[in-house]
Design a protein around this ligand. Structure first.
Ligand code: B12
Length: 281
């Protein structure tokens, strides 16, 4: 775009800018990326803003993204996988859509294609790591300093899965929240201390469940925890591959989600209602 277009957008408040001491307009990278995504603009020279070059030839139709990602992840083609997912991200696809769509589909297929022998585990670990790298980068690009709510969460108990909780944290960041991801293998007690045992409670706690050893016990523990959260004014969102196995009590503020997209709506509603006082006093 021409410099004058940029100045016009900035002056009309469409593009967030700050001023340097000398009065020049300064655009933060995350604000530039947000603008590009919201308006579905094309980034001609990503290198100019510190991103690796995006190969225009790698543009893939949305309907073919799942298949293409699976092929790249299976073969360990890191750069092709990066181009594909980052291209989708910059085209304005939300992180929730990317997680519910190509990432989940490709990994599900990888899991069913191989038995858990050495080759299968090698391919799974490599694919998981590639996705982690890409999603982590997306999170940095959507992180903002002016967050409107706080969330904390992780994958509870013996759950070793990294990606699900990481994706939830990304969705929260994309919706303007400040997410602390405690990651896999987080005991529920640790989540309790981190969320209710601190000076200031978060607005939201998320729990990811991909591995559930004892559904009855975990359901009771989460229900009790949700009650404690309720009295502190904290919402609890549960999701994950095994979430449907749980039979949770009806506790106000406790919701179960089958997808990141549904959860993004909840995060958005918390964002819109502003940061409520979460002390429960
Ligand atoms: C990668 C992988 C591994 C890696 C994990 C690496 C890591 N540290 O993350 C390793 C190699 C460690 C592993 C180990 C095992 N695995 Co494994 N693994 C997978 C695989 C291929 C991908 C998992 C993944 O990350 N998916 C991507 C995420 C993004 O998708 P998702 O979990 O569905 O999450 C989505 C939603 O549920 C939602 N969501 C998730 N959490 C939350 C939370 C909230 C709040 C919200 C709103 C939404 C939400 O968002 C996501 C996007 O939509 C799956 C296949 C699959 N179907 O997923 C098998 C799979 C889960 N594994 C399986 C098995 C059998 C095992 C092992 C038992 C193998 C063995 N014999 O040792 C072990 C068990 C480990 C354990 N301790 O329990 C089976 C499970 C079968 C079953 N139902 O029990 C699967 C399904 C493969 C298969 N088809 O057989 N595995």
């Amino acid at each position: 775009m021409s410099e004058s277009s940029l100045k016009r957008w900035a002056d009309r408040g469409l593009l967030t800018v700050t001023r340097t001491a000398g009065g020049h307009r300064r655009i933060a990278l995350r604000d530039a990326i947000r603008f590009v995504r919201e308006r579905q603009l094309k980034l001609l020279q990503p290198v100019a803003i510190g991103l690796p070059a995006l190969d225009a030839d790698v543009q893939v139709d949305v309907a073919e993204v799942d298949e293409a990602l699976l092929a790249h992840l299976s073969a360990g083609r890191a750069s092709a996988a990066w181009h594909l997912l980052m291209g989708q991200f910059l085209d304005g696809r939300s992180i929730a859509e990317i997680g519910d769509g190509p990432v989940k589909a490709a990994l599900r297929e990888l899991g069913s294609r191989w038995t858990h022998d050495s080759t299968g585990i090698f391919i799974e670990h490599r694919a998981t790591d590639l996705c982690i790298q890409i999603i982590q980068q997306m999170r940095l690009l959507v992180n903002r300093s002016d967050t409107t709510f706080r969330a904390i969460g992780g994958a509870v108990g013996p759950d070793p899965y990294i990606l699900p909780s990481m994706l939830v944290a990304c969705v929260i960041s994309e919706q303007g929240g400040d997410a602390t991801n405690l990651g896999p293998n987080t005991p529920l007690d640790v989540l309790r201390t981190a969320s209710l045992g601190q000076d200031e409670s978060p607005d939201l706690v998320w729990i990811s469940t991909s591995v559930v050893k004892d559904p009855g016990e975990l359901s009771r523990d989460i229900s009790n925890f949700a009650r404690e959260c309720q009295s502190a004014g904290v919402q609890v969102a549960v999701g994950g591959r095994e979430a449907a196995q749980l039979s949770l009590d009806h506790v106000p503020g406790l919701t179960v989600h089958g997808s990141l997209a549904g959860f993004a709506e909840l995060a958005q509603s918390i964002m819109k209602s502003g940061s409520p006082s979460a002390t429960g006093e």
